[in-house]
Design a binder for this molecule. Structure first.
Ligand code: MEV
Length: 680
């Protein structure tokens, strides 16, 4: 994550995938059990050789075989994942060096064998207890209680090891996460040897886990990492290669060559890219999307390069009419890449359906109305789920009910719904309409509006980046000067809503361009972002979505939380061929991953704008790009565009009349354009 190494077993994964690659290339089936077994012994040997023999090998077994494994004395046994169990991981904020802990504990064990034996007794007892509880059962609550007992004992064992050895196994962050999980009735323990990386949390429902993650982030700014899956598939051949987002010199290519590069980088069939041709949205389809159709509006679609998020590379399609947005985002993504790329995590995809309740008659009691709704919370949640059985099948559904008394005569009921990979507007509206009659019956108040809230503050993507000063150097400014100037630009936006609005407009340059390219609802995105920004200023008013600080090591650190109510299923994402293709180019497999890409485009755009504004100003760069569109407007074709744009910049007057005159001159001089497409 950024410059930080998370202990997720990446060296084991590398060993597994290299071995898997060679076995597959030799014509062997990576799903054949014998091939998997061979792959495991090869990967274990390779990993041990590379790491000098340390480590249990459990991580290698997990990477090769996948699934849920019991690993004991170097022997691996597949275990069934209990139906009831939901597992999440919380980032405990610091990299842990397991080998150092092991050495410390081993040394202490020699000197203090008694306390060591006691600690190990607790740990082995915890394992037995865990194995008894962590299996399918008709009573998930009882099983979870068993797992809680086991993790408590395990944590006691780790504390005892920490005390006897002095190794910082149970950090403050780990203890806080464990304590908070206790409050919510969940089980938690450090993953692996503790020290900071991750805490694993067990729940009996996805909803409980998400609720915990939401609260942890709100109250402690700690992240439940929704991207981490358990019991994944082990070695396999992916149906698409990871893209190479560097595409150096991409901007110099012509359109056909750029398509070729995108096809190569993503593994997409070149024929698929013909969906980007003019007219891909045919009249028939357009006519069925909205009413009174008379045509379509074309906008340029471009690819932003260099994006790396949580160690994964992305090509980012952007649809926008403003010159320089795509170049700026790509350029800033390259600087961010120099610091390890973006780090991102997400809230669970919860949205709010609102039902307005209005007092009926002269005598009413808002608190009593609110209480009667809350008393029937469980029934209302079941009713809301009944409106969307397919959503429940996909792992989503109603999660919570909140009641707000906004006026003595007006109560608002919020039904929080996990929308999974859909934006969710339609399903939320159905939920609101479904439960409203029951709310009327419970409260004897009258239901007014029944509609989603577009303030998607429970569904944020949280993104951050760290950039080395060297990567920020600009003409006439050292890297560290640029860092200071960007921090000051951020402060300006934090203190002044007039600046914050423009700062956020720059963020939305990147955000909206991806939202539009992927067929999502950019009005919802805009409404939500600005409502969210309304309390972010230093004085509690409207403020910047993204802020920049200088880290202790002098690096620039930027972070942003952005509501991202976007989906990869339903709506225009299904109907519009370009939106479908854009999603394929990004290669995201979930709505929240798309949210992270969108937030990254926003943060990159903001960095580019702040850096330019804090150094030479944006006009010089903007003008040459602006000159191109003026040249196009004047009728320049093919390579005339670049030549005319250069002439306009040199002339210092980038205006339509001047462009027409200069184009005529250019043509009269016999320098008409070739019919090759423009390199622009
Ligand atoms: C222009 O589209 C966006 C900027 O004004 C953003 C900003 O001022 O931060 C450059």
């Amino acid at each position: 994550m950024g410059a930080r190494k998370l202990g997720l077993g990446s060296s084991a994964a590398v060993a597994a995938s290299v071995i898997g690659y060679h076995l597959t290339a030799a014509g062997l089936d990576p799903f054949d059990p014998q091939v998997r077994e061979d792959a495991l012994s090869l990967a274990l040997a390779a990993h041990a050789e590379a790491q000098g023999g340390g480590g249990s090998g459990a991580d290698v077994a997990a990477a090769v075989l996948g699934g849920l494994l019991r690993f004991q004395d170097r022997k691996t046994r597949a275990v069934a994942m209990p139906q009831w169990a939901h597992i999440g991981f919380v980032d405990a904020g610091a990299p842990a060096v397991t080998s150092r802990f092991v050495a410390q504990v081993k040394a202490a064990a020699v000197e203090r064998p008694g306390p060591y034996a006691d600690a190990m007794g607790l740990l082995t007892g915890a394992v037995d207890q865990f194995l008894t509880a962590f299996r399918d059962s008709p009573d998930p609550a009882k099983s979870l209680a068993g797992v809680r007992e086991a993790t408590r004992r395990h944590n006691e064992g780790l504390r005892a090891l920490a005390t006897m050895s002095g190794a910082p196994i149970m950090t403050d962050a780990i203890e806080r996460i464990i304590a908070e999980a206790e409050v919510d009735g969940l089980a938690a323990k450090p993953s692996g040897a503790g020290g900071g990386d991750l805490v694993v949390v067990f729940a009996a429902s996805r909803a409980d886990l998400d609720r915990f993650g939401e609260r942890l982030h709100r109250e402690h700014k700690m992240a439940l990492l929704s991207d981490l899956k358990v019991a994944d598939r082990g070695i396999r051949a992916e149906d698409r290669i990871p893209p190479n987002p560097r595409l150096s010199g991409f901007f110099k290519l012509d359109i056909q060559a750029r398509r070729q590069a995108v096809a190569e980088a993503t593994g997409l069939d070149m024929a698929r890219l013909s969906d980007l041709d003019v007219g891909a949205l045919d009249m028939h389809r357009a006519n069925h999307m909205i009413e009174n159709v008379v045509g379509t509006l074309e906008l340029p679609l471009a690819i932003a390069t260099n994006f790396r998020i949580n160690g994964r590379d992305f090509l980012v399609p952007m649809c926008v009419e403003e010159a320089s947005v795509v170049a700026a985002a790509s350029n800033a993504a390259k600087m961010i890449r120099a610091g390890g790329g973006f780090s991102a995590h997400n809230d669970a995809p919860w949205m709010i359906a609102q039902v307005q309740l209005i007092a009926a008659g002269d005598s009413f009691d808002a608190q009593a109305a609110a209480a009667s709704v809350l008393e029937h919370k469980d029934e209302l949640l079941v009713m809301a789920d009944g409106a969307h059985p397919r959503l429940v099948e996909r792992g989503g559904g109603a999660r919570d009910i909140e009641v707000r008394v906004v006026d003595p005569a007006m109560v608002v009921v919020h039904i929080l719904v996990d929308c999974r990979d859909a934006m969710g507007a339609n399903l939320l509206n159905t939920v609101a309409e479904t439960v409203a009659p029951r709310l009327e019956a419970l409260t004897k108040w009258t239901a007014g509006l029944r509609i989603l809230s577009n303030l998607s503050d429970r569904r944020c993507s949280h993104i951050s980046a760290r950039i080395p000063p060297d990567a920020l150097k600009a003409e006439g400014f050292s890297g560290s000067e640029v860092v200071d100037r960007i921090v000051s630009a951020s402060r300006f936006a934090e203190l002044d809503p007039y600046r914050a609005t423009t700062h956020n407009k720059g963020i939305m340059n990147g955000v909206d361009a991806v939202v539009l390219a992927t067929g999502n609802d950019w009005r919802a995105m805009e409404a939500s972002a600005h409502a969210f920004a309304a309390t972010r200023g230093a004085n509690g008013g409207y403020g910047p979505l993204a802020v920049w600080r200088k880290g202790e090591d002098g690096w620039l650190e930027g972070s942003m939380s952005l509501p991202t109510a976007v989906g990869i299923v339903g709506g225009a994402t299904r109907v519009h061929p370009v939106a479908r293709l854009a999603l394929r180019i990004i290669g995201c497999t979930s709505g929240h991953e798309l949210g992270q890409v969108i937030a990254a485009a926003g943060l990159a755009s903001n960095l580019a704008a702040c850096r330019a504004l804090a150094t030479e100003g944006i006009q010089r760069g903007h003008m040459s790009l602006h000159a191109r569109s003026v040249a196009l407007g004047a009728g320049a074709e093919a390579d005339e565009v670049e030549r005319l744009a250069a002439a306009l910049v040199a002339d210092g007057e980038i205006k339509a009349e001047r462009a027409t005159a200069l184009l005529a001159k250019l043509r009269a001089a016999g320098g008409g354009g070739s019919k090759e497409p423009s390199a622009g």
